[in-house]
Design a protein around this ligand. Structure first.
Ligand SMILES: Nc1ncnc2c1ncn2[C@@H]1O[C@H](COP(=O)(O)O)[C@@H](OP(=O)(O)O)[C@H]1O
Ligand SMILES: [Mg+2]
Length: 245
């Protein structure tokens, strides 16, 4: 099994588990979110450790083993991205299974159960639909950054609020949006797999100052990112610079 096939299989299985847990209806709210985070994490760790015993894993839901910093290959996983939305009954959540190699988002899969789809680095088409007349920017539903509003205004774009970094990034991958911009806080697990898939699909993915996304850092804080159609990247980055003064 290749790394991408493994990422897809694990994302699919964890997404199905999370859907079953919620469907069972025996808990709700924070208890449901905590249970989903916990159980999906156990499943993912089990599958990755069995298939790749020599690799390190950085997970939102596990204690961070800093020995990973010296490793070339680190799986970076978010068992349930969009926990808030999952717990409230919304479909805006995803499972992220990323693999950073030498700090780059090399391989990954993002399961979006609402679309009954897993997007993986080995099967995303790099043939985007034509750009619409009015651009669409997806932003966090609960923490839309000020800079995204400014960029949206500068480009005359429509803003689309949505939960989950993976769900938003995959909206750009499959042409339902053109730009995903975030600022103000995220961690490597929130964007490693989404960035890997977006880049495999030929999209631009970077920090909002245009610098590369670097993973497996000692501090996993990675607070901002831009994923967009490549032909828009320069305009968006210029609008960010202008917005930041
Ligand atoms: N300002 C911030 N600080 C820390 N984490 C943030 C953040 N803004 C977004 N995130 C995280 O990024 C993910 C996507 O957020 P959003 O849905 O708002 O776009 C969520 O992950 P989790 O659901 O895994 O916690 C959320 O916690
Ligand atoms: Mg997350």
């Amino acid at each position: 099994m290749t790394d991408a096939e493994l990422a897809r299989a694990v994302a699919l299985e964890a997404g199905a588990l999370l859907a079953r847990i919620r469907g069972a209806g025996d808990c709700s709210g924070k208890t449901l979110g905590d249970r989903g985070d916990h159980d999906a994490n156990l499943l993912i760790l089990d599958r990755l450790r069995a298939a790749r015993p020599d690799d390190f894993i950085l997970s939102e839901e596990s204690v961070d083993d800093r020995a990973r910093c010296a490793a070339r290959r680190v799986w970076i996983v978010d068992p349930l991205d969009g926990t808030r939305e999952y717990a409230s009954g919304s479909d805006e959540w995803a499972v992220h299974i990323g693999l950073a190699i030498d700090g780059r988002p090399a391989v990954g899969a993002v399961a979006v159960p609402a679309l009954a789809r897993v997007f993986a680095t080995d099967d995303v088409a790099a043939t985007p639909p034509p750009l619409p007349d009015r651009l669409r920017v997806v932003v966090s539903r609960s923490r839309a950054p000020e800079i995204a509003r400014g960029v949206g205004e500068a480009l005359g774009a429509t803003m689309i609020p949505m939960g989950s970094a993976g769900a938003k990034a995959m909206a750009v991958v499959d042409g339902r949006a053109d730009i995903y911009l975030h600022d103000g806080g995220q961690y490597e697990w929130d964007n490693c797999a989404p960035a890997a898939v977006a880049m495999a699909a030929g999209l631009h993915a970077s920090r909002i100052d245009g610098s590369p996304l670097v993973y497996n850092c000692e501090n996993p804080l990675l607070p901002d990112l831009l994923i967009c159609r490549p032909e828009l990247a320069e305009r968006v980055l210029a609008a960010v610079r202008a917005g930041r003064g």
